[in-house]
Every structure is written in C-alpha cells, then in structure tokens.
Design a protein around this ligand. Structure first.
Ligand SMILES: [Fe+2]
Length: 183
C-alpha cells in the first residue's frame, strides 16, 4: 500500500475535515516517533493515518469501531502489525497492546487533540509559536480540553519516551504539517 492509496481511502471514508486533520496529525507524530525509536517510519505513519478509517462508518459504535477499520485496512494490504495496532487502539475490544506500534498508536491518539486545543487558545491560533512547555502546562490543567485522556498520553513511558520529550516530539511533528492542519 502506498501513502497515496492510504490517504485516498481516508478521503473516501471520512467527510469531516477535523477528523481528517486528526488522522494527518497522528500520522505525522507516528512518523517522528518511528524515526526517533529506529522503527519502520512508513509502517508507523500509515498506521497513524489509517487508524480511524471507520470512524464515520461505525457512527460512534465502539463495539464495531476498529473492527471494521481492521477489515478495511487489511483489504488495503496493511501488515498484521498495523491491523493489530488499529484493532487494539479501541480498548472496548479488550485486546492487549503488545508491540511498540500498538503502544505508540494508543498514546499518540489523544495527544493530537491536546496540541490542537493548546494552539487554538493562542492569540494567533498557530502552532508555530506554541512551545512544548505551554502544552505541558495545559496538560496539567485538568479543566482544559477535559475530554483529552491524560492517562492515555502518559503511557508514552511504555515505549521508552519520557513525558516531556513525548510532548516535544509530538509538537515538532505537528508543526511540520501546520498548513495541512490549518494551524
Ligand atoms: Fe484517533
């Protein structure tokens, strides 16, 4: 599967612009993490890009979300490792996260929302001027972007990355695609 095929299939299955931006941000962070950890950048990036491909098809049903996604990415030619990571990023299925790829996708997923929310409260609403320390400060304010699962983000420790560095890498990754994110 090429990156173009993966993105075409996201565009075919997702209408919501913000959802597409979430996939792109997840992809960007997964690529930076893979490079940082010496893992397969393409496999990690495509896993991030495709992880919520069934978001609109499953209409918020957490029992089918990720199962349908796993079937769809299998048809696209995803590796077993990608399929597993996508399946277990939804805890409803009770499938344990085993590999680094599984664990990375799980902790990156909520990070995109925190960083986007932190950018949107800046005067210029841009990522360029946002610093990691201010994202960390927002993380500690429980009432800020309250829907963001802090505990899940903290699981970056399971892939051997310290929290502060995880925020820095995530922010740096998202800055590289700021124009695509409209930020
Ligand atoms: Fe997601």
């Amino acid at each position: 599967m090429t990156r173009e095929e993966a993105f075409d299939s996201i565009k075919a299955n997702i209408e919501n612009e913000n959802s597409i931006k979430h996939m792109l941000a997840t992809e960007a962070i997964m690529r930076v993490l893979a490079t940082h950890l010496g893992e397969d950048e393409e496999e990690w990036g495509l896993t991030g890009l495709l992880h919520d491909i069934d978001m609109e098809l499953t209409e918020g049903n957490m029992h089918t979300h990720s199962k349908l996604g796993a079937d769809l990415v299998k048809e696209l030619g995803a590796s077993e490792a990608m399929i597993h990571a996508i399946l277990c990023h939804n805890e409803t299925h009770g499938i344990p996260r085993e590999t680094k790829l599984d664990k990375a996708l799980f902790c990156v997923d909520p990070l995109t929302g925190l960083i986007i929310a932190a950018a949107l409260v800046r005067p210029d609403k841009k990522l360029a001027s946002l610093e990691a320390k201010s994202v960390i400060k927002k993380f500690k304010q429980k009432g800020f972007a309250a829907g963001v699962n802090r505990q899940q983000i903290s699981l970056c420790s399971e892939i051997g990355i310290e929290f502060d560095q995880f925020i820095e890498l995530g922010l740096m990754a998202m800055k590289t695609i700021a124009a695509d994110l409209g930020l």
